[in-house]
Design a protein around this ligand. Structure first.
Ligand SMILES: Cc1cc2nc3c(=O)[nH]c(=O)nc-3n(C[C@H](O)[C@H](O)[C@H](O)COP(=O)(O)OP(=O)(O)OC[C@H]3O[C@@H](n4cnc5c(N)ncnc54)[C@H](O)[C@@H]3O)c2cc1C
Length: 329
């Protein structure tokens, strides 16, 4: 363990953790970001780099990839330690500081910001007869390689925002796009649902996939049953199926930490400064829970200055900073 003591350790290098790193630098905090994946960017980078995001302030539209690239550029203007491929497996209080243990070593820090999103995330899998006979090229859970959908007949399964986004994104790339959902109503933003209604995406509702079968021409036959009927079925032959049933995440790593952090529905309960029940441990982004919380990027970005300034005011009370960045840098 090195003798160096960080002011702030940010656990998780998703969009919110990255902005937290930048803002910590703006306040001249000695900081580190610890990220378990090999790249920064969290869900945006891992799950939807090609998606066009519409609700980032000052960007009428920006791809996930460009958003992460901009955050990296902004973070690089500050002098912090970015540690990739390291998972925090334990946090414990030792005297006045916290000991942070990863799979690669131990560091000490005065304050911690938990920015782990929903923890490790995995797509919720499709359950249907014959699913095990379908190849990984035909049945996919993320659209990270758009070229693979070029000129194909594609069925997107799911009824949430990201299923609609993916169907709309594929409209210009694939030959034909179906969107299959078990309800007639979609759970997307009104604007996105309107775009869907005006699009060429063929809606298959209210249907549930019952079985998959390999057929001629390397296609898959999707056999779906109309909801609330016993014998109304539809068969659609497609080249690719993109399932978007959401994600299952786990915070198993956090459960093993040696600090008793209060939870609320698998997220971390925080106060108005985003501080947990443990002094100097804070949470931001998708992991932070308070009344009215919305788990979107803009909310997480907004939480960052509150948190960093609260920490710095506590650690260095004589050093109260002005509110505007122009006065800080
Ligand atoms: C398909 C999809 C579409 C979305 N579309 C939008 C949208 O259009 N607009 C919008 O605002 N939001 C959208 N969101 C939500 C948005 O992605 C999240 O709100 C955002 O990613 C939260 O950022 P975060 O930094 O809090 O967490 P995350 O992005 O989840 O990042 C957390 C990071 O912490 C790391 N980590 C976890 N545990 C540990 C550990 N123990 N040690 C070290 N590192 C750890 C993870 O590897 C991950 O990189 C979407 C989400 C999905 C899934």
């Amino acid at each position: 363990m090195s003798d160096e003591i960080y002011d702030i350790t940010i656990i998780g290098g998703g969009p919110v953790g990255m902005f937290a790193g930048f803002y910590a630098g703006l306040r001249t905090a000695k900081f580190q970001i610890i990220e378990s994946l090999s790249e920064l960017g969290g869900q945006v980078n891992a799950l939807y780099p090609e998606k066009t995001i519409l609700d980032i302030p000052a960007y009428p539209a920006i791809s996930g990839r460009d958003l992460v690239a901009n955050l990296k550029k902004q973070l690089a203007t500050m002098d912090g330690d970015i540690k990739l491929n390291q998972t925090v497996v334990n946090v414990e209080k030792v005297d006045d500081v916290f000991k942070v243990t990863t799979n690669k070593g131990i560091t000490k820090t005065k304050a911690i910001i938990i920015a782990v999103g929903n923890g490790a995330f995995n797509p919720r899998k499709l359950s249907a007869d014959g699913v095990e006979t379908i190849s990984d090229q035909q049945l996919v859970y993320t659209a990270s390689d758009l070229d693979a959908f070029k000129n194909k007949k594609v069925l997107v399964a799911g009824g949430g925002d990201s299923a609609i986004d993916q169907a709309l994104m594929l409209e210009d790339i694939a030959d034909e796009v179906y969107l299959l959902h078990r309800r007639n109503e979609f759970r997307g933003l009104e604007h996105t649902v309107n775009l869907l209604k005006q699009s060429s995406v063929k809606l298959v509702t209210p249907y549930l996939i019952k079985s998959l079968e390999n057929v001629d021409n390397n296609q898959v036959r999707v056999h779906a049953k109309k909801m609330k009927t016993d014998d109304e079925f539809i068969d659609i032959d497609v080249d690719k199926i993109l399932v978007n049933y959401g994600f299952i995440s786990n915070n198993k790593d956090m459960q093993g930490w040696n600090v008793d952090i209060e939870e609320d529905h698998h997220a971390t309960k925080v106060d108005g400064n985003l501080q947990t029940n443990i002094k100097n441990i804070y949470a931001v982004g998708d992991q932070a829970k308070y009344d009215g919380k919305q788990t979107i990027i803009a909310t997480g970005f907004g939480e960052v200055p509150i948190t960093i300034n609260a920490i710095m005011n506590d650690l260095y009370p004589g050093n109260r900073a002005p509110i505007h960045s122009t006065q800080l840098s």
